[in-house]
Design a protein around this ligand. Structure first.
Ligand code: SAH
Length: 403
């Protein structure tokens, strides 16, 4: 965009005093902070955000359907959105992954992680050369061709598949969208290798973009502590933690999930790695019920993983979510032997690490268990965390040992 036509760019003028978070480089403008919309921006249009005194704060994408009324592209007046900015952001994101994640660790990576990589609402995961993208904001939808073209070229991936079928897209007033965008897809699932373990990933119909890449390092940690243990893997999906535990020498692993398709994939993954099928059991059930049943059956374990789905997508669900976390952590601790390990997670944006820690401490108190904190756990480094964007810290966990 040339300086000459900037005057015609629509703008959002903030209420007095509501410029603070933008000055701290937080990338969201909430509807309640806006005093006036100048011009007639449509969904996805580029707007300038200005303070009440007219000072430039940011370039942003307008999203009239969402409470997050605008998402910042850039805090620099000389850097409006466009191919130049996107190319720079995408290169920086790829460079960060190259620097932080050794290629021998995996061939499945999150290359672009939305706000945390300066591209709000854009996600790109690479699974053994197949790029799976999510275009989740009005601004990214507007610029989709540029974004997809640049990430396709710079990632070196052969095929691109779109999985913009999440609720986040609906909140932006966009309809779900998925399908092949470029290249040829493999027949059947994509095969990836993570920490020496092979997994089938169904990028077309699997959850998220096919695999929970954010748990990579935590699966590796479970692999390292599993030796000789009898393990219980709750919310197993396609068996990520189960295979990690078995390859780490667990005696047995019982995996529970409500999705039969995910469990079947877990069994195929076990066979793919030629692990002894007798060491793994798979149970299609609701974890809340299954934990109670295991207790009434007198079962005990010495390694338990709790990796539930988001119970609280937003802060308004926090209380109900807290009850859910308390319940599963309490009932899991009742099954944990002394000396046993609990790896417990929350991926709820609406539950802070502090709150999650209090919930788990409360569950331990009710179970009469003393727990040593062996490690704080978080998302793998291809899900970077920006200090100015605490909302990015959605995944938190603890590795605890029962005394
Ligand atoms: N640990 C997995 C990811 C877990 S995702 C990995 O490393 O790959 C959460 C899983 O919980 C999903 O597979 C979903 O099917 C399952 N799930 C959701 N609610 C459930 C419930 N009440 N009981 C059992 N499984 C449930």
């Amino acid at each position: 965009m040339r300086a000459t036509n900037r005057m015609s760019v629509p703008s959002l003028e903030l209420k007095a005093g509501r410029d603070r978070s933008l000055r701290r480089r937080h990338p969201w403008v909430f509807s309640g902070a806006i005093e006036k919309v100048r011009g007639a921006p449509k969904s996805g249009d580029t707007v300038q955000v200005r303070a009440s005194d007219g000072k430039f704060l940011a370039w942003a994408a307008y999203s009239p359907a969402s409470q997050i009324r605008a998402r910042v592209w850039s805090f620099d007046e000389d850097q409006p959105p466009g191919e130049g900015l996107f190319a720079e952001r995408i290169s920086a994101a790829l460079e960060l992954r190259r620097a932080l994640i050794p290629t021998r660790a995996t061939n499945a990576l999150r290359l672009i992680h939305g706000e945390s990589d300066g591209l709000p609402g854009f996600v790109a995961d690479s699974y053994a050369g197949v790029l799976v993208v999510q275009v989740l904001s009005a601004g990214c939808e507007r610029w989709r061709d540029a974004l997809l073209g640049i990430v396709h070229e710079k990632s070196g991936c052969s095929a691109i598949y779109e999985r913009s079928d999440t609720e986040a897209r609906e909140l932006e007033g966009l309809t779900p969208r998925s399908g092949r965008l470029a290249g040829s897809m493999p027949d059947g699932p994509v095969r990836i290798v993570e920490n020496g373990i092979e997994y089938e990933v169904d990028v077309i119909a699997g959850q998220k973009t096919g695999f929970y890449l954010d748990q990579r390092d935590n699966r590796s940690r479970v692999q390292r502590v599993a030796e000789g243990r009898e393990a219980l893997n709750c919310f197993s999906y396609t068996g990520g933690f189960a295979l990690a535990a078995i390859s780490g020498g667990a005696r047995s692993v019982l995996s529970i999930d409500s999705s039969g398709a995910a469990l079947e994939c877990g069994q195929r993954n076990l066979a793919l790695n030629r692990f002894d099928a007798k060491r793994a059991q798979w149970l299609e059930a609701d974890v809340f019920d299954a934990l109670r049943k295991l207790r009434s059956d007198g079962r005990q374990f010495d390694l338990i993983v709790l990796d539930p789905p988001k119970f609280a997508p937003t802060p308004k669900d926090t209380e109900r979510a807290a009850r859910g976390y308390k319940d599963i952590n309490l009932n899991a601790l009742r099954l944990l032997r002394r000396g046993g390990l609990l790896a417990t997670f929350s991926c709820s944006g609406g539950v802070s690490r502090e709150l999650f820690r209090k919930i788990v401490a409360g569950a331990a108190a009710d179970a009469g268990a003393s727990l040593v904190l062996r490690a704080q756990l978080d998302a793998a480094p291809d899900h970077p965390l920006l200090m100015e964007f605490p909302e990015g810290e959605y995944l938190k966990g603890f590795l605890l040992e029962r005394r």
